[in-house]
Design a protein around this ligand. Structure first.
Ligand code: 16G
Ligand code: MG
Length: 551
């Protein structure tokens, strides 16, 4: 059987998915991502790897075809681990290795993996769940993944067009033997929406909260899926959808979507520009969410991932207190989190905060240290994870005689809230339902939400250097250890400005070095950002024209 498999793998590779390139490709923070035309052999090989990983973990593994917020001609692939989390980091190297060998060495890499992990169940046919976004290139790539899975004797199951978080959710459901939910779309909507409606009760509006939201679907899968969600939600939440031109329109993520709004700090095109209206945008695979509104003076007010994190953590803390159950709650951010948000969380909410390197896998992993871990990147990617212990004590106490009726009501609320959350991974649809639940419960409009704290002005810059690999960071990317002497220079610059903070890190997705700066005033942040960028250019082997200093 094993020899047959190996022969099939090579035959398929040679005939249908040959690697006609010398370009090396790397499994990065979000899997492989490049021009769609360069990916079919890579995706075929990921089909092979998914089956090997499944046999090793004795579980169902996911393969998601998407390039998220990238332009439409790009595509990508990433693997989903058994609990619906990102592929374990040590296997990223195997993914990179198997993607880059010549066709005639595929068999030997497969054999190497089998040996390394002592995989002795090569005849078992574990399922591999495959999902794809709305890109025109996605169907043929999903087919390549399925061919890879079949070539090595696995069982592909194609879910068609789904959001990235939906696929993660299905994998988690499957491996929990449906305890987490039903591994299909109906199961997903039913679980989330039933809990959402229960929490909302009959009063759809409350105080300043109105149950209408303007939704920017980024012309992608987030738009397609919300059509169904709207039906399930009925009047409980009225979603006014824009940017829902889907397949082949060429408009995916174009001048719209969560990444555009967050990184350009601009209102998306295609959405009516009415003042003071609560709007939200998702990205091209619907795993990121941001909220925003325009005021009467046409100024954009953005509620990014930091705002989602603080809103969610503060609400969970409130309910937790009402339950009288002692569970530890923590929040995980990255260095990009606005300093004002971190101060608000630690000093006012008194919730412990951890800082980890960029990339969802790091945040997710750290969040598991808490009974209830809330994590968000500033770019809008995040969720909440609840430990087994947390769920079990809530369920036990819900039945207990020791608890008052009021405490039991709070416990029931928290249990329902858990069902609104997709714990597998950050999920724009689930996060939106969570935010809407909290705003409704608090009776807040978006302006009330914004009042909780004031963001420090900040700036993100890029510097092109000869070799970004000479930049090495420590302390969750907040400090540089190389190039030598640069961190001391950054420290000297930041100390000149009230509330000055700046850090430098090599990008994991682009060939640039990123500079983040933050300070008490907008003018200071312009100066600080430019000064740090110039130092990076001078001491880090800058290429082209040096960044100009602000006046
Ligand atoms: C990837 C990460 C995202 C991170 C970004 C940083 C996932 C699913 N995605 O898109 O979380 O913010 O990379 O990019 O982990 P950078 O290294 O270029 O700054
Ligand atoms: Mg995304």
């Amino acid at each position: 059987m094993v020899n047959n498999q190996l022969r099939t793998i090579y035959a398929f590779a040679r005939e249908m998915y040959p690697r006609n390139t010398k370009t090396q490709i790397q499994y990065g923070t979000a899997g492989f991502r490049t021009k769609a035309t360069m990916l079919d052999y890579v995706v075929y090989r990921m089909g092979l790897l998914a089956v090997l990983r499944g046999r090793y973990k004795k579980a169902c593994i996911g393969v998601m075809i998407t390039a998220s917020h990238n332009p439409e001609p790009d595509n990508g692939v990433k693997l989903v681990d058994p609990m619906g989390e990102m592929l374990e980091q040590s296997w990223e190297e195997w993914a990179t290795k198997i993607a880059n060998v010549p066709d005639d060495q595929l068999e030997s890499v497969v054999s190497e993996i089998v040996k390394e992990f002592k995989i002795d169940n090569m005849n078992e046919r574990f399922e591999v769940y495959i999902g794809k976004d709305t890109r025109p290139s996605s169907p043929s790539l999903a087919e390549a993944a399925a061919h890879g899975v079949r070539a090595i004797g696995g069982k592909p199951m194609d879910f068609g067009i789904v959001t990235t978080p939906q696929l993660h959710y299905f994998v988690r459901c499957r491996n929990s033997r449906n305890e987490y939910g039903q591994p299909n779309e109906v199961g997903y909507y039913t679980k989330l929406c039933t809990a959402f409606k229960k929490l909302r009760g009959d009063g759809y509006s409350n105080g300043k909260y109105e149950n209408t939201i303007v939704y920017d679907g980024a012309n992608g899968v987030g738009a397609k899926k919300v059509k169904f969600l709207k039906e399930v939600l009925g009047d409980a939440l009225k979603i006014e959808m824009y940017n829902d031109e889907i397949i082949g329109s060429g408009k995916l993520n174009h001048l719209c979507g969560a990444d555009f709004v967050k990184s350009q700090q601009k209102f998306p095109t295609g959405v009516p520009n009415k003042p003071n209206v609560r709007c939200c945008s998702v990205d091209g695979d619907a795993d990121r969410l941001v909220y925003y509104y325009k005021d009467d003076k046409d100024v954009l007010h953005l509620m990014d991932g930091d705002r989602l994190a603080t809103l969610i953590a503060s609400y969970i803390k409130e309910i937790l207190q009402e339950t009288g159950i002692d569970l530890n709650l923590g929040l995980v951010q990255t260095a990009y989190a606005n300093g004002a948000s971190t101060e608000y969380i630690t000093k006012q909410l008194k919730v412990p905060v951890s800082c980890v390197p960029t990339g969802v896998k790091h945040l997710h992993h750290k969040a598991l240290d808490y009974d209830i871990g809330v994590y968000f990147e500033a770019n809008g990617h995040g969720t909440v994870v609840f430990s087994k212990n947390a769920k079990q004590s809530l369920k036990n106490e819900a039945q207990s005689n020791r608890k008052s009726a009021e405490e039991k009501r709070a416990i029931a609320k928290l249990l329902d809230l858990i069902d609104v959350v997709n714990e597998a991974v950050g999920d724009a649809i689930s996060d939106m339902l969570l935010v809407e639940t909290i705003l409704h419960a608090k009776g807040w409009d978006i302006q009330e939400w914004e009042k909780t704290y004031e963001d420090l002005p900040n700036k993100l810059l890029k510097v092109v250097v000869e070799d970004r690999n000479i930049f090495a960071t420590t302390d969750a990317e907040r400090r540089l250890v190389a190039p030598e002497g640069l961190q001391e220079q950054i420290d000297a610059l930041t100390s000149k400005y009230p509330k000055g903070r700046s850090f430098v890190r090599p990008s994991g997705t682009e060939d640039v070095v990123r500079v983040y700066a933050e300070a008490a005033s907008a003018a200071d942040v312009e100066r600080l950002g430019a000064e740090v960028a110039l130092k990076v250019f001078q001491l880090g082997g800058g290429v082209g024209t040096p960044p100009e200093l602000a006046q």
